[in-house]
Write a protein that binds this ligand. Sequence first.
Ligand code: GYE
Length: 363
Amino acid sequence: MKKIFALALAAAMSLSLVACGGGGNTSTPSTSGSQPAGSNPAVSTPADPNGDGTVLVGFAQVGHESDWRTASTKSAQDVFSAANGYELSFVDCDNDPAKQLEAVRSFIQQGMDYIIIDPIVATGWDTVLTECDEAGIPVIIIDRTVDDSDKYVAWVGSDFKVEGLACGEWLKAFAADKGIAEINALVIEGSVGASATIGRTDGFKEIADREGWTILDSQSGDFTEAGGQEVMESFCQSYKGQFNVVICQNDNEAAGAMTAMDNAGITYGVGGDVILVSFDANKPYVQMVCDGKINANFECNPMAAPTVDEIIKTLQAGGTPEKEVYVSEHWFAAEDNVTSITVNGEQQEVIHATQEVVDGRPY
Ligand code: GYE
């Protein structure tokens, strides 16, 4: 059974009438199973309660490509600390799938108690996960998914397709409210082969196809600011005057796209020529939503580590954790004209990004 794990934010909890650029909104925030604002929830009991040695955890992290990634790494380092009974071996795999396989194999050789993987790409995993299994080391996958093997004990992360669908449903409602009849979109995708890219691309495309929108082009910016800028520069040359929507699959790409559009004299955001949308909703970028530079931002929650800690404690106690745990996420918009959307038949709130909402964001 899928379990919604609420790591909700006080930002989403606070009712606010204070807008950044004037105007107000009284959108009702999500209230599902929230925890207090702040970084990681306190880790209550040590992972190694009997004191017979620390728990060795190897974490094969994707890389350091984005603000989201920095928050994910910090969350893991905070939770898997010596004070919490852990010894963490952290490997930054620099967005290189071969390096990531190598890191996992070195964790096996080092005799880790648990291996955590954030898979750079979704496929190519069965052999190495079988090796972990044969070595008796439980693997916990976080964030992105492994799509060609089930040899892991648990996965904690986001539903990326839902994020893409939410983006499409918001755009539909926003355009209808503004009387925008035609959508001509450019998409800056994330890294090729990453489940985050695949889900966000498929989700948005599903709505675009249903609504008869035009996706003029869709190219990878590799989840980086430099990549986003480069792709947007070429889009500006090829499609100048033809597009009215730019979808960036993460915040850093959005930063790069903004630079490229500034240089090309194209305006974006509230009152601009182009509707600019982003994913991740890191605090500085929710601020940009509040400031009207980004029209909407779809959160991806990087705080998987506290849930992984709980999973490890369950395993240590001989229990069986849930196989899939979804973190909760929120949708933020610069204006208050769309207050909710329906995604997969479920009504979801769109939070007006007021300054108070921004100030309550933990990452
Ligand atoms: O959106 C992006 C990061 O895997 C969900 O990876 C993650 C993505 C995130 O680099 O900023």
